[in-house]
Structure formats: structure tokens, C-alpha cells
Design a protein around this ligand. Structure first.
Ligand SMILES: [Zn+2]
Length: 340
């Protein structure tokens, strides 16, 4: 029986060490240490052993039980630890995985361009204002000396509001000039920016909604030389110090004299290319406010003079950033927007 105990010890030790899971270990425990397990069988058989060896065998069995219980306990701790580690490994983040990059938004290129224009004029002492996008004919047309039969007033060119025939989506931010002049006394230097609307079918260079920056300066002794100085400064700051400008006679109902300002082509530097043709690019319309316009705003045209200008925002930005289709601004394609 002593020999059998020895064999059992080896076998049980091997089985306990070999248990791969807590379930297997429990199985092994039952087999050797359980109520009907191998050690219990030995104890039962102890009664049949010769009287003189019984105490010794009893001691050996007890020692083996103790030894196996210790082994069992430490194996159990090891398996529990392993299971814990496995669960932790499965549940923790894999820090070697590349993270999900959170996309950071940015300002639309047109918003940035509007702000850039505003900053240039703010540095020249202009005040930046905004006005309503739904305007009345009085401010959009009449007070700007735009006659009844002017094509801009045509239903085909302008969005009128249903049910309010003299309400419309403003066709230019120049309407804001009128509102500001009406409520204040000279001198004033004001820039207004915002959306404008015209019934243009969208193509590469037209959009029914677009942005304008419109400004004026009114005071005693304001001349066309002031206009040129301000607008040439703007052109050089916006397009770069190498930019040259020229003014060509033009016509607007609300200015007299009127002019178009052109800049030397940003692509060829003025030599002439496919974009500009003759080396010049039209940028904005300008002129001295018509005395009638000042008068209608309650400003004495005998005492005060004013220059005014208006430009789109889309086109200067297209020239500056090399964008060749105005529709790209409004398609919300991130591949386009993320370039700026
Ligand atoms: Zn050119």
C-alpha cells in the first residue's frame, strides 16, 4: 500500500499540474481529494492493513492529502490569475492600434476671404457692418438711383417675395450703404459684407447666391484720389505687393463718375494669358456717389462727397487661390474644402 500511495502521489501531482482550466482542475480535485476520491478509498482500505503499519500509512495518507491540497490551491491561484489576465487582455484597448483621428473643422474659404477683406479695410479705419438680406425696393433700388425700367429690377433678374411685391432678396450689399448713410452724419467709412441674390442660372462663373463686400467713405473733401488710394492699397494687400491697378470708365446708376478697377493678372503678371487675355482682370466697380444718392440719404451733396465701391467675394478668391469654377464653393465636397 505504501507503494500505491507513492504512485498515487506522482499521478495526482502530474494531473494537478497538467490541469489547463479551472474546470479541469476541479475534475482532478474530485478524482483524488473528493468524498469518493482516491484518498478516501485509501482511508477506507486502511482498516484492512496490518495493525502495526496502520499509523504510518495513516500519516502518509494525511501528508499526501495535505500536499495535494496545497498543490491544488496554488494551481487554482495560478489558473485564476491566468484567466484574469486573459480577460484583461481581451477587454483592454489595443494601444498599438492607430487612433481614430477626429476631424477638425475649418472655416469655409469664402468666410475666410470675407474676413480677410474686412481686416484690410478695418486697418484703413473702416467700420464693418451688416444689413438685412431681405430688402425693400426702396433701399435696394430707389435710393440708389436705379430707375424703374432698369433691367436689374426685372422679375427675371431678381428674387421677389411672393405676396410682398416690393420685398426682394437684395441684389447687392450697396443697399446697406443707403441704410447706414440714412441714419448717421458724415464723416463715415463703412464696409458691408454678406450674401446677395440674383436669378442667374448656375455655371462656372455664376451662382444665384453670392457674396459681396461693399464700402463707402463720405466726408468733406473726399475725392476720387481717396478712392484710388484706398482701393490700390486693398489690391496690393489682398493680391500681393506686386499687384498693379488701373481704372477704366464705367457706368452705375448710383455713382458719377463710375469706374471699373482692374488688377494686373495674378497668373501671368500682366503679360497676357488664357485667363486674362490682355494682362488685366476686372475686380470691382467703384465711383463717386451720385449727388442724388447723397441727397436721398439726407446728406448735403454741396458740402459732402463720397466714394463707393462694390466687389464680389467669390471671384477675387478664385483668382487668389486658383479656383476655376464658382460652383465648387457650394457643393460641400470636402476634397475641395480641405485644400484651404
Ligand atoms: Zn494673365
Amino acid at each position: 500500500m505504501e507503494r500505491e500511495i507513492k504512485v498515487l502521489q506522482e499521478k495526482a501531482t502530474r494531473d494537478i499540474d497538467g490541469a489547463r482550466t479551472l474546470e479541469e482542475l476541479e475534475e482532478v480535485r474530485r478524482r483524488y481529494l473528493g468524498r469518493k476520491g482516491a484518498l478516501a478509498q485509501f482511508i477506507k482500505r486502511l482498516g484492512t492493513a496490518p495493525q502495526e503499519v496502520r499509523p504510518l500509512l495513516g500519516q502518509q495518507i494525511n501528508r499526501l492529502r495535505e500536499e495535494l491540497e496545497n498543490l491544488y490551491a496554488s494551481r487554482m491561484r495560478a489558473l485564476e490569475e491566468e484567466a484574469l489576465q486573459r480577460r484583461l487582455a481581451e477587454e483592454t484597448l489595443d494601444i498599438t492600434l492607430p487612433g481614430r483621428r477626429r476631424k477638425i473643422g475649418r472655416l469655409h474659404i469664402l468666410t475666410r476671404t470675407v474676413r480677410e477683406i474686412q481686416e484690410i479695410f478695418l486697418r484703413m479705419g473702416f467700420e464693418v457692418v451688416e444689413g438685412p438680406e431681405v430688402e425693400i425696393e426702396l433701399y435696394n433700388f430707389e435710393r440708389l438711383n436705379v430707375p424703374r425700367d432698369h433691367p436689374a429690377r426685372d422679375m427675371q433678374d431678381t428674387f421677389y417675395l411672393e405676396g410682398n411685391p416690393d420685398w426682394l432678396l437684395r441684389t447687392h450689399t450697396t443697399a446697406v450703404d443707403v441704410r447706414v448713410m440714412e441714419g448717421r452724419r458724415p464723416p463715415m467709412r463703412v464696409l458691408s459684407t454678406g450674401h446677395c441674390y440674383r436669378r442667374d442660372a448656375p455655371d462656372a462663373s455664376h451662382s444665384p447666391m453670392f457674396h459681396q463686400a461693399d464700402g463707402f467713405m463720405v466726408g468733406e473733401g473726399v475725392t476720387f484720389a481717396d478712392l484710388k488710394g484706398v482701393l490700390m492699397t486693398f489690391a496690393r494687400e489682398f493680391f500681393g505687393p506686386q499687384t498693379r491697378t488701373r481704372f477704366r470708365p464705367s457706368f452705375f446708376p448710383f455713382t458719377e463718375p463710375s469706374a471699373e478697377m482692374e488688377i494686373s493678372c495674378v497668373f501671368c503678371g500682366g503679360k497676357g494669358c488664357a485667363v486674362c487675355g490682355n494682362g488685366w482682370l476686372e475686380i470691382l466697380g467703384c465711383g463717386m456717389f451720385h449727388p442724388r444718392v447723397l441727397e436721398m440719404a439726407g446728406i448735403d451733396p454741396e458740402r459732402y462727397t463720397a466714394f463707393a465701391f462694390g466687389m464680389g467675394v467669390e471671384r477675387p478668391a478664385m483668382l487668389k487661390y486658383g479656383i476655376d469654377d464658382i460652383r465648387l464653393y457650394f457643393e460641400n465636397d470636402l476634397r475641395f474644402l480641405e485644400q484651404f
